[in-house]
Design a protein around this ligand. Structure first.
Ligand SMILES: Cc1cc2nc3c(=O)[nH]c(=O)nc-3n(C[C@H](O)[C@H](O)[C@H](O)COP(=O)(O)O)c2cc1C
Length: 552
């Protein structure tokens, strides 16, 4: 297929998987509980290496990491790599209700279905033989899938692979599942980047490897190991590094062991899912990194936005590892809590690409997403519609693509590219756009992330990257909210073209809404965070309290 045919497959999928005010994207309608997918993949027959739980011993503060102050790099060994998984993809809590029991993890996931699987490819390290390993969060163990020639990699390069099992999301969400898998990958990349920073490491998304090579590296192209089990889609490779070296040659692993478990007895096919996965498979490429050397990390951007980031004085003193594990999605907001303008602006500044801090240090691309903000309760900022333009070069294009009546009045500090488009109470509009979920109205603010689709013709695989970038933004919002005693919730369910029409955008045009998010005072947040939130917030006398149906 030519690139333009592939792009047409991607665009057709995107159109077909949109939710509309009068009809949702094709989905199962009712849940087939008998075939609910097992949330844990295991490979039977592999050696299992138990990982110690040491996150409680990591005392580096989130407040330092968010400003790019990382501790000295820890040595690569079993204990530290265990900590990396513990505070990124690891379990954070078990919940029980009316006889059902389910796990929550440090990384969030649409519907808590967790399609993302994590792999480690490591040279010989203290406590760990060279090999390809699969991480099982339920047991906090590594399964050794293959051996690796001990001298194959320089000891500085440790690799992390991420894959998706689309069936886990398709079981509940049908055609929209591919989007959710990609958003979850973005959250996972960010979670790994934040976790690595707590150990003094930098994670880098490796864009030279192609999907076929990644499948071979992780053993995903071995039908004999998967049989009737659900396939895993290769997504991305992350390099854990301390010295900015290029990716070394990767000789093939050998001695593969293990058979994948089957997650559901029966599956329902969703035509369109395999096609978009194939159309967005990335070919191998030459080095295209935006920041090949660590020196690039002493970036001007960090200076530009650092002062705004530091302005939020109420940031938690908690160790980063504690914050990552206590991050939760709010189920409901109180509709009363507001936030101080300084805290809001500091949070927005963290959405800008400061290459010195996680997760932006992991991201080798210029920003292609711009958050539209529905501001409801920010002290000192009039409620209304705002836009944070994360890439100066896009400002003119956004202006000409949107409603001519938008104000485009600059707000906030000079260096923060924040524009007021329309002063208005948009609580009900935000909830309606978010599939009628009340959390979007009861929040301090809601977000709709606009992605640039203009390069899909040359690079259909960029479709996945737009969702990954949205997931990175979402993970920053989750952690920043948690750090000031508020809470976030990702919103995958929203009416795509209703959002476009509100903004005056062409529903089939360059700018597409790919993710929504809300931040507010959660009804269920812990008392300690409520105290911190009071320091960062204001209390508004009137609650919005519009009762609305909520979908998850
Ligand atoms: C991509 C994505 C989409 C989500 N969409 C919604 C949503 O539309 N409504 C909602 O209430 N929660 C949504 N969530 C929150 C998940 O339900 C939540 O992450 C999951 O239940 C796990 O809980 P935790 O975040 O507390 O670990 C979404 C999360 C992600 C990552």
């Amino acid at each position: 297929m030519s690139d333009s045919d592939l792009t047409e497959v991607v665009r057709a999928y995107h159109r077909a998987s949109k939710h509309h005010l009068d009809r949702y994207a094709p989905g199962p309608g009712r849940l087939d509980w008998a075939n609910q997918p097992d949330p844990f993949r295991v490979f039977a027959g592999c050696a299992r290496i138990a990982l110690p739980l040491i996150a409680d011993r990591l005392d580096v503060r989130y407040a330092d990491l968010r400003e790019g102050r990382l501790p000295a790099p820890a040595p690569f060994d079993l204990e530290r790599l265990g900590a990396l998984f513990e505070i990124s993809l690891g379990l954070a809590a078990w919940k029980e209700y009316q006889g059902s029991r389910w796990a929550l993890r440090c990384n969030p996931s649409s519907g808590n279905l967790h399609p993302t699987e994590g792999y480690l490819v490591a040279p010989q390290l203290p406590g760990l033989a060279a090999g390809v390993y699969h991480y099982v969060s339920r047991d906090h163990v590594l399964e050794r899938r293959a051996t690796w020639p001990a001298d194959a990699q320089p000891p500085s390069a440790v690799l992390l692979g991420l894959t998706s099992i689309p069936w886990r999301e398709a079981w509940k969400y049908g055609l929209r599942a591919f989007r959710y898998c990609q958003l979850d990958i973005g959250h996972a990349i960010a979670a790994l980047s934040f976790a690595a920073a707590a150990l003094g490491w930098r994670v880098r998304l490796e864009e030279t490897i192609g999907e076929a090579e990644l499948a071979t590296l992780l053993g995903l192209d071995r039908p004999e190991d998967f049989g009737a089990a659900e396939a895993e889609l290769p997504e991305c490779l992350l390099v854990l590094e301390t010295d900015g070296e290029a990716l070394p040659d990767l000789p093939p692993a050998s001695g593969w062991i293990g058979r994948a478990n089957r997650l559901s007895a029966e599956h329902r096919e969703w035509p369109g899912l395999d096609e978009v996965a194939e159309a967005t498979a990335k070919p191998a490429a030459e080095e295209e990194s935006r920041h090949a050397s660590p020196e690039a990390f002493a970036s001007d951007d960090a200076d530009r936005w650092g002062a705004i980031v530091r302005a939020a004085a109420s940031i938690t003193e908690l160790p980063a590892a504690r914050l990552y594990r206590q991050r939760r999605s709010a189920q409901a907001f109180d509709g009363v809590t507001g936030m101080a303008a300084a805290a809001f602006l500091a949070l927005l500044a963290r959405l800008l690409p400061d290459l010195a801090s996680p997760p932006w240090s992991a991201w080798p691309h210029a920003p292609r997403l711009h958050p539209v903000l529905f501001v409801h309760r920010v002290d000192g900022l009039e409620p209304g519609l705002y836009l944070l333009v994360r890439e100066d070069a896009d400002l003119a294009g956004l202006k000409s693509a949107m409603r001519p009546e938008w104000l485009w009045e600059k707000r906030g500090p000079v260096d923060l590219p924040l524009y007021l488009l329309l002063p208005h109470d948009l609580r009900e509009v935000a909830a309606q756009l978010s599939c009628h979920q009340a959390i979007a109205a009861d929040a301090c603010f809601a977000v709709s992330m606009l992605a640039d689709f203009s390069d899909l013709d040359e690079a259909p695989w960029a479709y996945r990257r737009r969702y990954w970038e949205a997931g990175l933004l979402g993970q920053v919002l989750y952690l920043e909210a948690e750090a000031i005693g508020l809470r976030g919730t990702g919103i995958g369910c929203y009416f795509d073209d209703a959002a476009h029409r509100l903004l005056g955008l062409d529903p089939d045009g360059r700018w597409q809404a790919v993710y929504q998010f809300t931040v507010g005072g959660a009804l269920d947040r812990p008392a300690a965070s409520r105290a911190r939130a009071r320091a960062a917030s204001t209390s508004f006398p009137s609650a919005s309290a519009t009762p609305m149906r909520r979908r998850s």
